[in-house]
Design a protein around this ligand. Structure first.
Ligand code: BGC
Length: 388
């Protein structure tokens, strides 16, 4: 063959590689080619999301439904890296704060999008006594223990398995927390499954078993901004919380043990109020556990948030008896997150379904102790819709 012909062939080859290489990077996980049922088309695939400093590969799962709802979830920290939701005009925006790449999460993160455990929120003085034995945990928040300690479930590797149902695709994440980890007793076997459903839900199921009695309180820590992440503060969002009481806290954010009525206070969201309407009256901003009317047990709708400029609505359903409403008070502009957006105070809110903070030291709060032979099982759903 002539040199020019070889050259043409080479160029064509390079051209083909350039077209097909990006598509090979995104390998469909074994059994989840796209699901097509008539018009319904959900998708589930995985790709690489980099490596931990010790070389461990991190996977990123993308779940989407046929209405455009799309979540990206990684195996490090069981973190929701992004959540794209349509607005009233059908435009998608990523409504969760976080980073574009793994490095950001490894450097510093206020629990963006993570599963929090073994115990969501604080345990006073990083100590508790169970069956006559005193346990000491890592004190990582002043003298208190917060969100599972120095290396909580938000900083461990989860093993992933893609799952699907008729109207949902998901990723099942498993982690075995060894006896003594961060000071907690018992080997705790945890399974957290994230689903994206055809009903426009991000549905999370939590399951755990143990071989020694231990406190367990798992939650999810996405920072939401329904107008789109990094686009401003969340003070104009309108909130309803189905809670008549909350647990007031001391300076270290530890509950006194009292369940105080919200009526007549800035904590009363039983009728819709914007988050910002009374926030100036709450020292530092909202960072409180609300006692849900539902009391836990059966799944119930416990919160609703509406963002007027986009029309996005988020409802929260849970089997848990409490919810931590946190308004991103500690965001201070020092974090530059996704697409170069700077996160200032009040740029995101969290609605963390949970048992009450410091329950292991509060005999009057619903118990968080899981014993061998029992199964910890909870469900939380974030459901999205629009209002014209
Ligand atoms: C807590 C805050 C804490 C934040 C961590 C929330 O769940 O209630 O006090 O600062 O998580 O970013």
């Amino acid at each position: 063959m002539k040199t020019t012909a070889w050259k043409t062939l080479w160029i064509m080859g390079l051209f083909l590689v350039a077209i097909f290489l990006p598509q090979c990077r995104t390998q469909p996980a074994e059994e989840e080619a796209s699901l097509s049922q008539g018009k319904v088309k959900m998708d589930l695939f995985k790709e690489d999301f980099g490596r931990l400093p010790d070389g461990t590969p991190v996977e990123l799962y993308t779940l989407n439904n046929s209405h455009g709802l799309r979540a990206r979830i990684m195996t490090y920290g069981a973190i929701v890296v992004s959540l794209e939701v349509p607005d009233r005009d059908g435009n998608l925006a990523d409504i969760t704060l976080g980073y574009d790449s793994l490095d950001g999460y490894l450097e510093t993160t206020p629990y963006f999008g993570a599963v929090v455990g073994r115990y969501g929120n604080r345990i006073a003085k990083a100590k508790f006594t169970l069956d006559g034995v005193e346990y000491t945990l890592a004190a990582n928040n002043g003298e208190n223990h917060l969100h599972g300690g120095l290396k909580g479930f938000d900083k461990v590797m989860w093993a992933a398995e893609p799952v699907r149902e008729e109207a949902a695709v998901g990723v099942k994440l498993s982690y075995l927390s060894p006896d003594g980890e961060e000071g907690y007793p018992g080997n705790l076997s945890c399974v957290v499954t994230y689903w994206i459903t055809e009903d426009n839900e991000l549905k999370i199921t939590y399951q755990a078993t143990t071989d020694k009695a231990t406190p367990v309180n798992l939650t999810h820590h996405s920072y939401f901004n329904l107008a789109g992440q990094g686009r401003g503060d969340i003070l104009g969002h309108e909130l309803i919380l189905e809670a008549d009481r909350y647990t007031p806290v001391d300076e270290g954010l530890i509950p006194f043990g009292e369940l105080r009525p919200v009526a007549g206070t800035p904590f009363d969201f039983t009728s819709p109020h914007t988050i910002g309407a009374r926030i100036a009256q709450v020292h530092g901003g909202y960072d409180h556990n609300f006692v849900l009317r539902s009391g836990g047990g059966e799944p119930a709708r416990v919160a609703q948030v509406f963002e007027p400029t986009s029309g996005r609505v988020m409802e929260v359903f849970t089997t848990e008896p409490g919810i931590q409403f946190y308004t991103g008070n500690f965001l201070d502009g020092s974090i530059t997150g996704k697409v170069g957006r700077v996160y200032n105070k009040y740029y995101g809110f969290c609605l963390e379904t949970q048992h009450f903070p410091d329950s292991p030291n509060q005999p009057d709060f619903p118990s968080t102790i899981l014993r061998p032979g029992e199964t910890y099982q909870t469900l939380t759903v974030y459901k999205f819709s629009i209002r014209e």
